[in-house]
Design a protein around this ligand. Structure first.
Ligand code: UDP
Length: 327
């Protein structure tokens, strides 16, 4: 297929681009490089532009005869979404609607959309199945849920065929260590822990030790970024006009902040000092995927079910790229 990867210069998008190319697809990357990195994608595939530029998107979809869109271009930090909701609604909702309208104009109906476990809010049961009611507790989760709902409406009214993947916590890096996570400022747990191991930070602050979990710290399901991109490619063949697939993408296993800290200490051999801090607003105590539907529907299985293996790939990236992509 001819695939336009919107946000393809970002962390998850760049891994998807690489795998699409390996699978023989023709790929174009659309990214404004505000958060993405030009160095993360082959130079000749990068088309610079903003998600809100509907006219430009329509032109590219037509000119490149695009069959399917993968849409990764989003702001995805929970704390930032609480501090700056306008930014999140503008990009994640308004921007995505512009993309959908460009697709409608260019008659492209296939889309794989990055959603999130943050749409579930504080779920009553764990692990979380796709049937769990979606009740976000932060603006980031609301923007993604809004777009899941819009996609369903576009499927019914205009014949879009979509997959909405509810990612749990994306983690890790390419096994070669040449693609990885580079956010500025960094807010995610594993990169911060590895920055401490590199001597770039003095310690990690553990946000809350009084959650209702066995060791008191929050539990998350850390899914390797290559496993996410694998699922995306499998979905391309399953899209049908007028139909939506909504799937959780996670390993099915939870790790507490303390367990992730222990894994990082083990992989790096560094003591990684930790200090206790206040809870961070908007953090649910536990988010773990029931991933059975994805396993069955996609014929997918995470290649990195263990946190240590995921951290090893991230560590390779951080050691070889202490300043990220250096841009
Ligand atoms: N966390 C932490 N210290 C940090 C960064 C994160 O204790 O410096 C915790 C955070 O409160 C959450 C978990 O690690 O419970 C994962 O956070 P992250 O920001 O990586 O992902 P999120 O779950 O917010 O998408």
């Amino acid at each position: 297929m001819n695939v336009l990867v919107v946000g393809g210069a970002g962390y998850i998008g760049s891994h998807a681009v690489r795998r699409l190319l390996l699978n023989g697809h023709i790929v174009w990357v659309y990214d404004n490089c505000s958060l993405g990195h030009a160095a993360a994608v082959p130079e000749n595939l990068l088309l610079q532009g903003d998600l809100r530029d509907q006219e430009k998107l329509t032109g590219i979809l037509r000119e490149k005869q695009i069959d399917a869109v993968m849409h990764f271009a989003a702001f995805a930090s929970v704390p930032e979404s609480i501090a700056e909701p306008a930014k999140y609604y503008d990009n994640n909702v308004v921007g995505t609607l512009r993309l959908l309208e460009a697709m409608r104009a260019a008659e492209v109906w296939r889309i794989v959309f990055s959603s999130t476990c943050a749409t579930y809010g504080i779920p009553e049961k764990s692990p979380i199945s796709e049937e769990t009611p979606q009740r976000p507790i932060n603006p980031y989760g609301f923007t993604k849920l809004t777009m899941e709902q819009a996609l369903e409406a576009y499927a019914q009214a205009y014949g879009f065929g979509y997959a909405a993947f509810r990612y749990f916590n994306a983690a890790g890096a390419s096994p070669k260590g040449d693609l990885g996570e580079d956010h500025n400022p960094e807010t995610h747990l594993i990169p911060i822990l590895l920055q401490v191991a590199l001597g770039q930070r003095p310690h990690i602050a553990i946000y809350g030790d009084d959650y209702p979990t066995p060791d008191g710290t929050c539990i998350r399901d850390y899914i390797h970024v290559d496993d996410l991109s694998d699922a995306h490619i499998r979905a391309l063949d399953l899209l049908e006009p007028g139909q939506g697939i909504r799937l959780n993408l996670g390993t099915g296993h939870g790790c507490s902040v303390q367990e992730v800290l222990a894994a990082c200490r083990q992989v790096t051999g560094h003591p990684i000092p930790a200090v206790q801090a206040e809870r961070r607003a908007g953090d649910p105590p536990e988010l773990v995927a029931d991933n059975r539907r994805a396993l069955q529907l996609l014929g997918w299985e995470p290649a990195y079910p263990q946190i240590e293996a995921t951290v090893e790939t991230a560590w390779r990236w951080h050691q070889s790229h202490p300043a990220g992509y250096g841009d």
